[in-house]
Design a protein around this ligand. Structure first.
Ligand SMILES: [Fe+2]
Ligand SMILES: [Fe+2]
Length: 192
């Protein structure tokens, strides 16, 4: 029979199962938020509401651009916008689910959307303008999600990991927009 090493005793994850069950039972109304959760859930929910608003604006902007993209050889750009709109809708749902898990109500109300969002809704006068607007918006999302990820750190690992996945996608989006811009303009940008 294997002898248990004493070092196991010092490890916090081997704490008393009965005590863990007692604590879990005592606060079951809190859903996924347990006593080991490292943040004030209200703070985390507020931060995620702004990320949610950012994603909603991105869905709307890419959808508008996909519909209004016209001109010679616009189909490639149109398809890219459409695909991004789908990705942003997926992010929107992921973040809304997480807010719900934390005991919050995802704010999908159009009223005040722009004040909650980090990114802007700009229609763009032509195809190149639209690509530039999307690149700008992606870069803003990348910056703000990077900050949020740092903030969550090991205090809310689930939200952090979710946002890391979303961030990787936004980086892909920015790179796609950059490539389209170079293909159209022959230079990387950015005059405004
Ligand atoms: Fe997104
Ligand atoms: Fe994006």
């Amino acid at each position: 029979m294997l002898k248990r090493s004493n070092s196991h005793k010092a490890q916090p994850f081997l704490s008393d199962v009965k005590e863990l069950r007692r604590r879990a039972k005592a606060s079951m109304e809190k859903g996924a938020v347990t006593t080991s959760y490292g943040l004030d859930p209200k703070t985390a929910i507020d931060i995620l509401q702004s990320a949610l608003a950012t994603e909603i604006v991105c869905v709307l902007r890419y959808t508008a651009h996909a519909i209004s993209a016209v001109g010679i050889n616009s189909s490639e750009v149109k398809a890219e916008f459409e695909q991004h709109a789908g990705d942003e809708a997926e992010h929107m749902k992921q973040i809304a689910e997480r807010i719900n898990e934390l005991g919050g109500k995802p704010n999908l109300n159009p009223e005040g959307l722009m004040t909650r969002s980090h990114s802007q809704y700009v229609e763009g006068a032509d195809l190149v303008d639209m690509i530039k607007e999307n690149l700008l918006a992606e870069r803003i999302a990348i910056e703000s999600y990077t900050e949020i990820i740092r903030f969550f750190g090991d205090k809310d690992v689930t939200s952090r990991v979710m946002l890391e996945g979303i961030l990787a996608k936004e980086e892909e989006h920015a790179s796609d927009m950059h490539d389209l811009l170079v293909a159209r303009e022959g230079r990387p940008m950015l005059s405004k």
